[in-house]
Design a protein around this ligand. Structure first.
Ligand SMILES: Cc1cc2nc3c(=O)[nH]c(=O)nc-3n(C[C@H](O)[C@H](O)[C@H](O)COP(=O)(O)OP(=O)(O)OC[C@H]3O[C@@H](n4cnc5c(N)ncnc54)[C@H](O)[C@@H]3O)c2cc1C
Length: 400
């Protein structure tokens, strides 16, 4: 007979580990397990992102993203400082390069202010003082954006959990779920795990895990790959910090930006192209099952009809480097194709509803035994410590 856990978390990305951390802080006696199918923590979205601590600029006022990004960012700065994880409050600029982007830049400033984010408007001369190689008509400076190493955050969370006696099980994949009285029996490729409650933080597989648990997820995961280039080492000084374009409000991605990472490297990206498998990190990785599902997905058909132009342009920039470089040169005209080397891509778990809406906000649903995190795209790494606290509070409320 295996011991029963109070809460088992499926997925050891930053959201799953932060949830376990919050649960163990709220109740040190809580018997917690974390399962991840990979050998290392944070092997998927968390280990393949831009490493940016977002400030809450972009998100609709009142949304969970807006609430959690700003306070979550501050919590992340504190956590990193406390545990010796590299972190820098670099600030970032969002740059309008054409007249028609100015109203959207002004709207971003309004949103940021409504969300309590410090925002400063820069004219082109002040932008040049801050970022001499960046060309733009106007910009917003967001001083509280910054950078960190999210995989290092995961390693630290796992260490803290191990110290508090949590049952950490990497290389353990959930493959089935059944009930035994008041308990859940989680079938894994390494035997059974018994638990009173479970939290689904499976990222790119969160809809599949929800179905294994017997739920009907209101949205499915549509994986979008984000591809990056890295500048050669002698072009790392092209920008001083983070440089973003004005995002397209119809699309939930921020557009190709320049990101200084904590190791000093300079990344350009990510774009957003459909991935041909949930973990489709390049065009050569595809899954017949995934593609069959996509073809049958009514939501995807609606989306494709609406966005085929944007999608085709993104795919062209993905396969033709000169087009990618041309887009990035709108921000940094000095950038040359020879300055850029392909870097590792990431795949975003973006939820889509059956009517073709890309779910903008975080999406969490619960039932008697489960909390399912069904949409935790950017800025969920930034906000992870607060998302974890929110989930721990939901579980605590059920136990009271
Ligand atoms: C290209 C890119 C750039 C981004 N940039 C930023 C940024 O700069 N700042 C920011 O805040 N956010 C950013 N994000 C978003 C951020 O990375 C994610 O929101 C966050 O990492 C989500 O964490 P997670 O724990 O939910 O998912 P993940 O990190 O994907 O973790 C899910 C885990 O579940 C495991 N799993 C899945 N199925 C099973 C199963 N059946 N059994 C056991 N384990 C399972 C997986 O192995 C995985 O480790 C970016 C994302 C991408 C892809």
């Amino acid at each position: 007979m295996t011991a029963t856990h109070d809460v088992t978390i499926i997925g050891g990305g930053i959201v799953g580990l932060a949830t376990a951390h919050a649960l163990s802080q709220a109740d040190p006696r809580c018997r917690i397990a974390v399962l991840d199918k990979e050998r290392h923590w944070g092997a998927h979205q968390t280990g393949h992102n831009s490493g940016v601590i977002h400030s809450g600029l972009y998100y609709a006022p009142g949304s969970a993203k807006a609430r959690f990004a700003r306070a979550g960012g501050e919590a992340m700065y504190r956590f990193c400082a406390e545990h010796g994880i590299p972190v820098q409050r670099t600030g970032k600029v969002v740059v309008a390069t054409a007249e028609d982007q100015l109203p959207r830049l002004a709207e971003l400033a309004r949103r940021g202010t409504a969300n309590g984010v410090r925002v400063e408007e820069l004219d082109s001369a002040r932008l040049r003082e801050r970022e001499p190689n960046v060309r733009g008509l106007r910009a917003l400076l967001v001083p509280d954006a910054g950078i960190t190493d999210f995989p290092a955050v995961c390693r630290t969370l796992a260490e803290l959990l191990a110290e508090r006696g949590a049952d950490l099980r990497p290389s353990t994949e959930l493959v089935g779920v059944h009930r035994d009285g008041a308990e859940l029996v989680l079938a894994t490729d390494r035997g059974e795990v018994r638990t009173r409650r479970a939290v689904n933080c499976a990222g790119l597989h969160s809809d599949v895990v929800a179905e294994l648990a017997g739920a009907t997820p209101p949205a499915r995961i549509l994986p979008f790959r984000g591809e990056y280039y890295e500048t050669t080492s002698f072009r790392r000084d092209l920008v001083n910090a983070l440089v973003y374009p004005v995002p397209d409000p119809a699309f939930p991605f921020l557009g190709v930006h320049l990101t200084r990472m904590v190791d000093g490297s300079l990344h350009v990206g990510p774009n957003a192209v459909p991935a041909l498998a949930r973990e489709g990190y390049d065009w050569a990785t595809w899954s017949g099952e995934h593609l069959r599902r996509l073809v049958r997905d009514p939501g995807l058909r609606v989306l494709a009809k609406e966005y085929w132009r944007t999608g085709a342009a993104e795919i062209a920039r993905s396969v033709l480097k000169p087009l990618f470089v041309r887009a990035a040169r709108q921000l940094v005209p000095d950038l040359r194709s020879r300055d850029l080397l392909r870097a590792e891509a990431g795949v975003r778990a973006q939820a889509i509803t059956p009517d073709g809406t890309l779910v903008d906000d975080f999406l969490v649903v619960e039932d008697e035994h489960w909390v399912h995190v069904l949409n935790a795209p950017s800025p969920a790494a930034t906000a992870s410590l607060l998302i974890g606290e929110d989930i721990a509070a939901r579980i605590g409320a059920r136990d009271r």
